[in-house]
Structure formats: structure tokens, C-alpha cells
Design a binder for this molecule. Structure first.
Ligand code: MG
Length: 282
């Protein structure tokens, strides 16, 4: 099931709905996506009436305003860790535990919205395609064996990053990862029951149609159960929490010469079977 948050083009408050065959949306009664997630997949009743054509709506991020920061995993694909070596202090070893950081809730952006450049603040805006995990059932000290049962669904995320800011604040990445609009996500949440194998999903970034990142989630260094177990150790995960699970190689700053997003660029972020984000830059 594909769950989305939308606003009618003619106006009105955001609504949540189910995407049906033929590009139609069945509106749900729930006030927002967090309420849908809290009630659980089995509680979703798809109405047969009042369907809305996709052409009549603007899609928002499936969770337009998360309750807390978006959890993120750094350095979770080996090739990406290696390509970043030249930008790091020497001697940084492969982590024995997942690297966690977060993005501010205000960074969340829609699947087809503009991604701001913040030209007065950064000159180095970069891309990072990532598999987004949406937590369903909350909990702490979740075991690896139980971790997958806590996943409500998946979405596409681009962990857009302001590279010089990422590194100039005492090696705390938070600020450089949290500029407004720098977390496009969506285009919808695909519920976990529909994602047969989250450990084998092709993911890709394209800029102006040119492939920049192309990999598969099977190359993740820390797999989803380990990420959830490690993150939830002594830290409560709640329904609707978002975990962005790291990016593969091919980011702009590690290229020769380095590449960064420019005004007017078209950033496409895709995971096969989940969906495609199309964000114009600037
Ligand atoms: Mg990332």
C-alpha cells in the first residue's frame, strides 16, 4: 500500500490518502500520517468513494512535520566511506558501530518541491540518495531479531548536505545536514508488507538526467536490523520516527573535480519499487 500526504490544488488543509490503481487517491479519515502510522497498517480502511485524481493534488512529504529530528546513518556503504577519505582527517577507521546524526524537522521537503540553495550560507550543496525507514511500533532495546517488525514502511530520501558547513562545526554534521528544505522525501510511504526484500533495492541519483549515484541496498555496511537495534538501545523509537540509512558512492564533493548543485538543476532521487523524487534546485 502506498500512503501519501497531499493538498488539493484548489486549496484546503493537508490530507492523507492511499494511492490506488489509475492514479487515484482514496482519502483516509485520519487527521495526518502520524495518526495513520500510530494506528497501524491493519487499521487502514480504504474507502471506495470520494476518490481524488492525482492530477488534482499537490503531494507533500508523507510526514510533512516529523515529531522529532530525522535520524540518519553516516558512512553506511563501504565505497562511500572510501571516496570520502580525502576529505577527512587521516586515521579515521571503519566504524565498529553505526554513525548516527540527525536532520532538523524543518529540513523536510516535498517530493517535487524546490530545494533551496541558501547561496548566502553555503556554496557546496550535495546529493545523497538514501532508503528511508519509517518506524511503526515503537520501543527501546529492540533486538536485531525483532527489528524488522518495527518497520511500518519505506520511502525515498535525499540527505541533501551543505559540505563546508558539515565540516566546520567541530565535526558535528547536524548543522550542515539541516538547512531548510534539505530533506526531500516521499513521494509516499510504501508499507513494509509490500516491500518484499528491502535488502535488494536499486537506488540512484541523477542530476539533469546524468546518473551520479547508482547502487543497491545490499551494499549497506550495517543492515537495517543492526541499525534499529543499535539506535534503540536505551533510546525510545516512536511511531512515525524516520531513519535515513546512508548513501552509496557517487556524491558530488568526492568527484574529480568536485561537483555541487546549481540553480536550475533537476535532482532526481529514485529507489526501484518505492518511487522517484524530482526536485528543482534553487
Ligand atoms: Mg547521508
Amino acid at each position: 500500500m502506498k500512503l501519501l500526504t497531499y493538498r488539493l490544488k484548489k486549496g484546503g488543509a493537508p490530507r492523507v490518502g492511499v494511492l490506488l490503481q489509475g492514479n487515484r487517491i482514496a482519502p483516509l479519515a485520519a487527521p495526518d500520517m502520524l495518526a495513520v502510522i500510530a494506528a497501524g497498517r491493519k487499521a487502514i480502511k480504504v474507502p471506495a468513494k470520494g476518490l481524488v485524481p492525482m492530477s488534482a493534488v499537490k503531494l507533500l512529504a508523507p510526514i510533512p512535520r516529523p515529531r522529532k529530528n530525522v535520524f540518519c546513518v553516516g558512512w553506511n556503504y563501504l565505497e562511500h566511506f572510501q571516496e570520502g577519505a580525502k576529505a577527512r582527517a587521516p586515521g579515521v577507521e571503519l566504524p565498529a558501530h553505526p554513525t548516527f546524526f540527525t536532520k532538523a524537522p524543518t529540513a523536510v521537503n516535498g517530493p517535487y518541491d524546490r530545494v533551496p540553495l541558501h547561496a548566502g550560507v553555503t556554496q557546496k550543496v550535495d546529493w545523497e540518495v538514501e532508503l528511508g525507514v519509517i518506524i511503526g511500533k515503537g520501543g527501546s532495546n529492540i533486538t536485531e531479531a525483532n527489528a524488522m517488525k518495527h518497520i511500518f514502511g519505506y520511502c525515498v530520501i535525499n540527505d541533501v548536505s551543505a559540505r563546508e558547513i558539515q565540516r566546520q562545526h567541530g565535526n558535528q554534521w547536524f548543522k550542515g545536514k539541516s538547512l531548510d528544505g534539505h530533506c526531500p522525501m516521499g513521494p509516499w510511504i510504501v508499507t513494509a508488507d509490500e516491500v518484499k526484500d528491502p535488502f535488494n533495492l536499486d537506488l540512484q541519483t541523477r542530476v539533469n538526467g546524468v546518473v551520479k549515484q547508482s547502487s543497491n541496498t545490499r551494499h549497506m555496511y550495517f543492515k537495517l536490523p543492526r541499525i534499529i537495534a543499535s539506535l534503540s538501545a536505551g533510546l525510545t523509537l516512536e511511531p512515525g520516527d524516520i531513519i535515513s540509512t546512508g548513501t552509496p558512492e557517487g556524491v558530488g564533493h568526492a568527484r574529480t573535480p568536485p561537483e555541487f548543485l546549481k540553480k536550475g538543476d533537476l535532482l532526481e532521487t529514485e529507489i526501484k519499487g518505492l518511487g522517484l523524487l524530482r526536485n528543482r534546485i534553487g
